[in-house]
Design a protein around this ligand. Sequence first.
Ligand code: SAM
Length: 391
Amino acid sequence: MDADAVRKTREHYNSHANVYSDRDQALNARRQGAALPLKDFHNDIKRRMILRFAGEAESLLDFACGRGGDIHKWARAKIRYVKGVDLSPGEIEEATRRFAEHVKQRNPRHQGPLLEAEFVDSDQLGLSLWKEPRQYDAVTCMFAIHYFFVTERALDNFLHNVAINLKDGGYFFGTFPSGKRVQDTIFKAKSWPQYKAPMLQLQALWKGQAAPFGCAYTCAIGDTVTQGKGSTEGSYEYLVFNSTLIGVAAKHGLEPIVDWGDPELDDCFDEVDAQKPIKHFHPRFPTESDPSLSQASALFAAFVFRKSGSQGGQKETAGAEASDRKRKRDDSQRAGTAQAPASHSNSTAQRDSVDWGKTEGSSALKEAAKAVSAYKRPKPREARTGAQEKG
Ligand SMILES: C[S@@+](CC[C@H](N)C(=O)[O-])C[C@H]1O[C@@H](n2cnc3c(N)ncnc32)[C@H](O)[C@@H]1O
């Protein structure tokens, strides 16, 4: 993983940690902020997803947990144990403080098991093997998987770490800004390579055609943790293309789920995505909020994968240490080549034109498997520009 990217992201999130001394102060500031409708909506999506795919779970592993904004959602979903891992020591310190506050404030007469949680900081999730002593019922990555799209290797390492720590049949789910939508928003802007609106600012940092990895941009949504602070221009992130995510996940035995089985959750997403594994947020904010807030929210999408027992599961776990050694060898051989070759990149980005809407259940897995083999055998002559891709 690119050390400079990790440093920038850590710096950005450290600068946002520990802003408020307690929960009441944080809630008050939130209620007065211009992004309140977006925060409420995004929290509602996370709450519903956690309830639906990890409700009453024994254990959940949250990669890129941030400052513990989901503690109350885990408690409400009656999850017994959560481990949170994040790059930013500042965010981890704040998450630990918030959990202690949660424990102090919870009802001592509460019946039934109580949430236990631990938080650790690490920059290794996209770099090397991260193997927990146990396997988890669910793994989440909320608003963060885009950081691992810095290189193919980082995403591969990250999804490997997801798969080896997830039980067979367990869910891996999360949210991210859609690369296609970010790209379209910037392309349509008169001020290319920048898009500037009251609540949303995007700046493309990639050059030429979009590729599946390493296409950096900055994103700043007003009154949120992505907003620029101190030396940062906003959150430094990478375009995520659906077929790349689905294709690399399939390599690790993670099968996309199309039917999420919850009409109220479905209602949070675009209707046209009902039969697709990646679903885009469908905000309905009050008319008085700035339209660019709605536009910022509609950039985001959600995914759910289930770990299939046959492919990634046992095999991944058994061979984990051996493949980590191989990864390290490969990494040292590749030193200095942070980005995938252009021909490889273009053909993978192009596969975002795959109509995932036609994929369902086992056929979704077949399509994902096709995406993986296409991913290994690029056809550069068919490469198109990023602007032509369909998400
Ligand atoms: C937008 S915040 C989301 C936090 C939390 N998941 C939530 O939904 O509130 C993105 C988080 O990803 C973390 N992050 C970014 N890159 C990471 C990496 N390589 N390893 C671990 N965490 C990372 C950041 O430190 C930050 O806390």
